[in-house]
Design a protein around this ligand. Sequence first.
Ligand code: FES
Length: 159
Amino acid sequence: MAKESKMNREGFLKGAIVSIVTLIGAALGLPALPYLAGPALQKSGDQEWIRLGPTSKVELGQPTLFKFKVKTQSGWIVDEQELSAYVLSNDGREFVALSNVCTHLGCRVRWIDDEKTFFCPCHNAVFDKDGKVAAGPPPRPLDKFEIKVQDNTLYIKGG
Ligand code: FES
C-alpha cells in the first residue's frame, strides 16, 4: 500500500513537472513564432511602387535613364539591387518605362543617341526606341515596367 502510494506521488510529481515545463516553454516560445516564421511566410512577388523622380527630368522624345534601388527578401535573406529604367515620353503626359536589361542574357543596354537605338555590347544586339528587337539574338523586346505619375513624380512597379 505504501509502495503504491509512493508510485502515485512520483507519477503525480513527474506529470506536474512536465506540465510546468511545457507551460513555461509555450509562454516563452509562442511570442517568438511570428518572428521566426514571418519572413518564411511572406509572399514573394509583392511589388510596391518605386519612386523614380520628377517627370520634368524626362526629355521629350528621348529615353531618359533613371536609377533606383530594389530590396528583395527571400526568407531571411534581404538583397538590395541598383537597377535602371529608361523612361520615354513624346508628349509629357504618357510615359513608358523600359528595363535596361537585355532580354538575351541580361547585359545592360545603353541608349546611343546618334543612332536612336539601344545597344547591348555583349552580343551586339540593337533595340529600337520602343524597345523592339532590331538586330541580334534577343528573343523579345526590352521589358516594360508598369508606370504611373503622381504629383508630377514618376513611379514604377516591378524589377
Ligand atoms: S546579352 Fe545582350 S545581346 Fe546577348
